[in-house]
Design a protein around this ligand. Sequence first.
Ligand code: SF4
Length: 316
Amino acid sequence: METTIKLGISSCLLGEAVRWNGDHKLDRFLADTLGKFVEYVPVCPEVECGFGIPREPFRLVGDPDSPRFVTSRTKIDYTERMTEWARKRVIELEKEDLCGFIFKSRSPSSGMERVKVYSEKGMPVKKGVGMFARAFMEHFPLLPVEEDGRLHDLKLRENFIERIFAFKRWREGLEEKQNRGGLVDFHTRHKMLILSHSPAHHRLMGKLVARAKEVPLKELYEEYQKLFLEALRLKTTPKKNANVMIHILGYFKKQLSADEKQELLEIIGLYREGTVPLIVPITLVNHYVRKYDQPYLREQYYLHPHPLELQLRNHV
Ligand code: SF4
């Protein structure tokens, strides 16, 4: 990666004591492990909006699609103040070139989904979005976003981190001079990755790139970006990953010995039935890529989508 990946994050997840009660919500994986590979841009909506520490906690009240932001006990309505601050803050964040955002779950300011919204009678429904999180997602609809709680699910974690690395590569491509050759090269190196998420998108994007010369450049980039980000949002599954690896095997067909082929097929089978994690067959595939010097496969981001140290494929 040529430049650092910048990620927005709710400040309390990095251990900053900014919560209403003066506490924090330090997440060791985010702060220490992922933190080695990204540069965080911390945002605490409530403190930055001028509410002190400690402070009375807030809650969302009313219509879940357009709730009011009020203090829980004294019921003071700060909706306008928070809305105005969030509107300005997301504009400021444009200059940070973020590749994603990690929100603190359940917060009336920062929660990305399923935040409690109370009726006037005090009954909660988990249908809300935090005030700042909503403004952020509306302003940056393409950016990958996740919550701390969901990132404890190892599949969601792998998917999110793969997406931020892919988004970074796409953005770096956009920053260079845009041309059809550059887009075709980007697509070529991401083919297997796209296939592992969505065979349907893989087909559509292949068709789009095949008629690249006929499509105006701006339209081509916009359509490709839409499909690329849409595809990566869809989850990989053992079945899809196994199919990609069988597809990859096709490139070695003539070079692998019968034993090597058998061993790889067996390991892919063990992965597919859940006996070994994805890293096991991927490591063997990478070994053959090196051994038989396969330049096309060596360039495939599917085989190295994010740093090995994050161990994301050791658990999926
Ligand atoms: S959840 Fe959001 S508003 Fe609350 S302390 Fe964390 S960053 Fe601040």
